[in-house]
Design a protein around this ligand. Structure first.
Ligand SMILES: *Cc1c(COP(=O)(O)O)cnc(C)c1O
Length: 559
């Protein structure tokens, strides 16, 4: 057992006694002070709290004359639960019920010998795992979700109101938007950090500004971890978003007017893959490919025939609304025959790839672009991975080619998320996202809804609500919204409706899985989706589902 102990000048004597008395049962780290010279208690509270927050020690002990200032200072640190105890009974209860991990003692309020007894009681008492206490401890942590920005209650109540509304919305609804996920607190901490204060045009070690060592460290971590996580030769973590990542690859490789072969938007591709309203469609000659009309899946033979005919400079695959596994090995072979650069946009499936739940394009593709906020669950942003031979061209395309200073706070948050993905738990998560998706998809399908391509291999599925029930995607999404289930309308391949109405909805399971939901919940949600769409005009059904949904999510707190 390890204990960190600290005090101010008023607690030095008691600290020495405790160090002596506890050394026989634990490794005690004395964080100071050494003398009785006047000093500031928050400094020592911080030293001990850092050790507790980072789990470098099991317990902390803090002493000042009343113990109150120390407990206030310590409780500012996340994962620290500091308790001021003047009796052994309080020490027992706060360990059992609150799971306190820092003991604060007032040197003027208890005798030295009794203080030793309190400390021994505190560290000897296990946390009570009974459900009612666990639930309450979880609520303390939950309160943190809003208090993370509680400074804004005073500084800017209007902006705080928007954040509070988003927090409540996330808590209350079932989010099935396939392009969204729920970030970890660690990710949000890095994203909101002081790293945003730094201008850092250039790359680590080669910046145009002074004072870049701290941000260099963060960006180097992000680059290294990205390469390790995806097995890539080179990573550029600076693109501000997925569209910018795609722009960087085009700028690094081809000239205006050159040909890109890509999946069109109405078939499941992305705006930045050549839509006429996007820069990509205005600058380059876009030749779109489609999915097979019968199977609604990619037709690699047809893709090869087209590529050999068109000889595109870039053959781009990856999509925003494609529910099936993509065969990257086959696409590499097509690119080799057609002499095309192989570019894969894995924005939607990056998390599945990181977790081994979808084959990786990285060994095959010249360039892999992604967002970091979809299944990957990180901060809103983009990234490009490439083979070493393209590294220089890519880096100069991003800066100075198209961006100025990088968002180092967001880059740090990307680094945090890449590290999260290296854990075994995340691999299980990726598999669960897919399992959940398949179970919910089948539930809806069994209720008589036509699923595009007949099923799903990844985190999303598309429901053809037009053919199934004669309603539009827009109507379906609006009805589900009223019932507390959030999806988006989506075109389906060869859609006969306008992109504003659409024939389909897109349903994804990344966010619900992040909340800890499993197959049983997916069956419930799939059933509710069918209930609402079967009775689209029935407000009672919507109200019932809304109640049931709100009840369900209570058990799955948003991180
Ligand atoms: C979401 C997405 C993008 C773009 O992401 P933004 O960050 O919104 O620019 C690019 N490609 C694909 C396939 C996407 O799904």
């Amino acid at each position: 057992m390890k204990i960190a102990i600290g005090s101010d000048h008023g607690g030095v004597d008691l600290k020495s006694l405790l160090v002596k008395e506890l050394s026989s049962i634990a490794t005690v780290l004395d964080k100071g002070p050494e003398s009785k010279e006047s000093c500031d208690y928050p400094d020592f509270a911080a030293a001990v709290s850092k050790d507790v927050a980072s789990a470098a020690v099991d317990f902390g002990i803090l002493i000042c004359r009343s113990g109150i200032g120390m407990s206030m200072a310590a409780n500012r640190f996340q994962n620290v639960r500091a308790a001021l105890c003047a009796t052994t009974e309080a020490a027992t209860l706060t360990r059992q019920h609150n799971g306190a991990n820092v003991l604060c003692i007032g040197a003027d309020t208890v005798s030295p010998q009794y203080a030793v007894e309190i400390a021994k009681t505190f560290i000897a008492t296990p946390v009570d795992m009974d459900e009612r206490h666990a639930k309450r401890r979880a609520k303390i942590e939950r309160a943190q979700r809003l208090s993370d920005c509680s400074g804004l209650m005073y500084d800017d109540p209007e902006v705080f109101a928007a954040i509070e509304a988003q927090t409540k919305q996330e808590d209350a609804e079932i989010n099935l938007i396939a392009s969204e996920n729920t970030s970890s607190r660690a990710c949000r901490e890095a994203a909101g950090s002081v790293l945003m204060n730094k201008y850092a045009e250039g790359y680590p070690g080669k910046r145009w500004y002074s004072g870049c060592l701290p941000v260099d460290a963060a960006e180097e971590l992000a680059r290294k971890r990205a390469c390790e996580l995806f097995g890539a030769e080179h990573a550029n973590v600076q693109p501000h978003c997925g569209s910018a990542a795609n722009m960087a690859v085009y700028f690094a490789t081809i000239n205006p007017g050159d040909t890109i072969m890509s999946m069109s938007l109405d078939q499941g591709g992305h705006l930045s893959h050549g839509s006429p309203v996007n820069f990509s469609g205005k600058i380059y000659n876009i030749v779109p490919y489609t999915v097979n009309k019968e199977t609604e899946m990619l037709d690699y033979d047809e893709m090869e025939r087209m590529a050999l005919e068109v000889k595109p400079k870039i053959l781009l695959t990856g999509a925003s609304a494609y529910p099936r596994t993509i065969d990257f090995e086959r696409i590499r072979a097509i690119c080799d025959k057609a002499g095309s650069i192989m570019m894969v946009d894995m924005a939607h499936i990056a998390g599945l790839i990181a977790g081994g739940a979808h084959p990786s394009p990285v060994p095959y593709a010249d360039f892999v672009t992604t967002t970091t906020h979809k299944t990957l669950g990180g901060p809103r942003g983009g990234m490009v991975l490439c083979k070493e031979k393209w590294a220089k061209a890519l880096d100069s395309a991003v800066f100075p080619g198209m961006q100025g200073g990088p968002l180092e706070n967001i880059i740090a948050a990307k680094a945090v998320v890449f590290r999260e993905w290296m854990s075994e738990a995340k691999k299980g998560y990726a598999q669960q996202v897919v399992k959940n998706c398949q179970v919910m998809c089948k539930t809806v399908q069994d209720r008589g809804y036509r699923i595009v391509s007949g099923g799903t291999d990844n985190h999303l599925f598309l429901v053809d609500v037009k053919t199934s029930k004669g309603i539009t995607g827009k109507e379906a999404a609006a009805a589900l919204d009223e019932a507390g289930i959030i999806v988006n309308k989506n075109t389906i391949p060869y859609d006969t409706e306008s992109p504003f109405k659409t024939s389909g909805i897109r349903v994804g399971t990344a966010s619900a899985t992040t909340r800890g939901m499993h197959e049983a919940e997916m069956i419930k949600i799939g059933t509710w989706i069918a209930d609402v769409l079967d009775n689209i005009g029935d407000d009672e059904v919507k109200a019932r589902v809304r109640r049931d949904a709100a009840n369900l999510v209570k058990y799955f707190p948003v991180p």
